[in-house]
Design a protein around this ligand. Sequence first.
Ligand code: GLC
Length: 512
Amino acid sequence: MPATWWRTAVIYEVYVRSFADGDGDGVGDLIGLRERLPHLRDLGVDAIWLTPFFRSPMVDGGYDVADYRDVDPSFGTLADFDAMLADAHALGLRVIIDVVPNHTSSEHAWFTQALQSLPGDPARQRYHFRPPTPDGLPPNDWESVFGGPAWTQVPDGEWYLHLFDPAQPDLNWDNPDVRVEFEDVLRFWLDRGVDGFRVDVAHGMVKAAGYPAAGLTGQIGLLGRRVLPYFDQDGVHEIHKAWRKILDSYPGERMAVAEAWASTAQRLARYTAPDELHQAFNFEFLQANWADPAAVRASIDSCIHAAESVGAPTTWVLSNHDVRRHVTRLGSLERANAAALLMLALPGSAYLYQGDELGLPEVLDLPDDARQDPVWFRSGGTDPGRDGCRVPIPWRAAAPAFGFSPTGAAWLPQPPAFAELAADRSSTVELYREALRLRRSLTGPLRWHESPDGVLDFSRDGLRCVVNLSRTACTLPDMPDSEVVLASRPIDGGALPADTAVWIFARTARSS
Ligand code: GLC
């Protein structure tokens, strides 16, 4: 198997507007990111993935792109991007950027043109405009992932499709203009030197012919997995094959990771066939039920096998900008750190979300008037949405806005508890740093050991990873000539407390 960097990489997600604010307006930006790159180098990650920083009205935090070839003024300029990229590369960090091909912003020039055109005009055919039903209703029953119908009517009576917010009209990928445009956008950024792309909604670009009814009985959420006529259609694979050819035509092992949701691990693996994208996020692991350790183990096995079936590396992820942070989801920082040591010992590539390394929890008590996620608005305030995992990062316990911005401004309020978790104080950073350093020596496959209920125990090369997800302490395996090199919290003697993970190395393996 070729030793390309992305097969084992730790990739750190930078949610740009919440990472670091350089100009003091309370919104993270590229200057702020550039200043904080040394933190990421010291953490030991291989690459960073930047969420969209393109020109956007910011209805969905930048996942509503108005111009794919320019930086939004709130994030800086193209020159700021180039300077950040050069610094990242000089520090040995690769840079992956988000590409959002399923939909544009409603302020994109194409959509403005479509609205100014008559039904049937070629400008409308870049999107999904449809006439109403004879009863004047939307063309079908499709629902938006953010809540409500997936169709919005324009004054001349036609409806346009938006799987997300009405400000995010879906592109029509049957239209050659769309394919040509995005291939050019990829080249624009590859020419600037990016190392690859995270492909947003990579399973959504192609819709079933004829817009068949979904027969929805309820709402599909971001974590939904139902088979729907607008997700995971076979036609998307042609697009990914074309993109792979473009990536391969550049030197330097450029890569792409799919944000794709499929009904089975096998269908997801199709996105990472050798002639398609390099990786796909493994949301099965993210959604695993940690109350059932046997299910976590089974999901690890099934994900590894599915990826192996197409020769791709598995990816692992516990948190991102769309889900409740795992410290909160799993119930405690102790359990979250145990899960992190488990994840970082697994074969393949791992994704960290900014703040994981600080042990940040979800912020559950944001004031309603501070919330900005369209999920909150589209659900009529019944779903709090995703702002709670997007609260600006605390860097310094004693600084205004905990060092997020020089002025103390922050686009979402940070809770006082962030002081103890700031990068200059958090006790979790060192755990991640050490885990990332040690994992570099791991190359082999995973081998499970017999273990008591609730305990996961496996080896990789000279590493033995034991994770106690049960409610009581367990004994550590009796391993002569070995030592606990890393523990998710201090341990005492031969017992492993509940919600704790350890990495044990054979002394000989480490010294060789
Ligand atoms: C992806 C993004 C999410 C965004 C959605 C629409 O799921 O991760 O943040 O809201 O796509 O672009």
